[in-house]
Write a protein that binds this ligand. Sequence first.
Ligand code: GDP
Ligand code: ZN
Length: 319
Amino acid sequence: MVNNLSIKNALVVRSTGSWYDVSYEDKKVQCRIKGKFRLQGLKLTNPVAVGDIVDIHLDKNEMDKGVIKKIHNRKNYIVRQSPGKKHFLHLLASNVEQAILIITVNYPKLKQGFIDRFLLMTEPYNIPVTLVFNKSDLYDEGDTNMYLYLKDIYEKIGYNCILSSALNGGGIEELKSCLKNKTSLVLGQSGVGKSSLINAINPNLELKTNELSDYTGKGQHTTTFAEMFEFDDIKIIDTPGIKNLSFNNLEVLDVAHNFREFFEISKHCKYSNCTHRKEPNCAVKQALEDDEISELRYYNYIQILEEIEEQNYWERHKM
Ligand code: GDP
Ligand code: ZN
């Protein structure tokens, strides 16, 4: 007698930490993990991510509950340092075709370097990125100039930019067509209007939105878990709002290699392991002087390197 039913190539659509919602043939089942899954020796807080293709076993007597038996090889994945457990990595999503970063110039104020830190998560797999500047209805002249300044920097190096307002509908059609026929990870600092934008694209979803919590302009968390929504040939993976992005999983050269325009130019640096700081005959420093690379990007790059070196120093000199 067969007690188990085997299902291959199911899709993980929601992750709550201990349970995963897995979908196959228009059905959805709750699954647990059995056994150990490792990702190239990395320490992960969650071994399975939304977007994973998995094989599952269902119990004949309890068809709405299952066990994940196998995770198929991932085409790509996006990880961040776990916000709670510093020495672990958190898998945000896998098998994505593009990433959408929602930002605001103001309300809440864009954190210096946040965009560049985000790009460090998508560059290792060359995942295309669109930057969505939301709340355009609130921009004064200074905010608009800041938007134009950033748009210029990021479009020049190949990242798409959209100006949007969930309030007055600006940019919503553009965003919608950008999302068509793809699986997209959507991410942003809390309070930037990620849920409002997703609702504007598909009002049926009715995602919960939050008022900005106080005058500091900091939003509260709305989404707690990553979740995939499918509608109108659009697949989006909504992720919890992010406060900070730190990288104790990266080395200095990882950062250098993932600032894409620096990497391109670095072929002409004297040293192949040039970090583009004090080294002689550095093509990146030269490009900076010639205004060919952005001063802002270079400044953020140096900040991230310093943070990583400091972190690594203490890590490596721990007794
Ligand atoms: P999330 O944390 O990124 O999901 O942000 P929410 O969607 O919950 O939005 C946070 C706050 O910003 C709410 O009070 C929204 O009404 C407001 N909001 C979102 N988008 C816009 C926008 O385009 N313009 C304005 N003025 N407010 C917005
Ligand atoms: Zn260099």
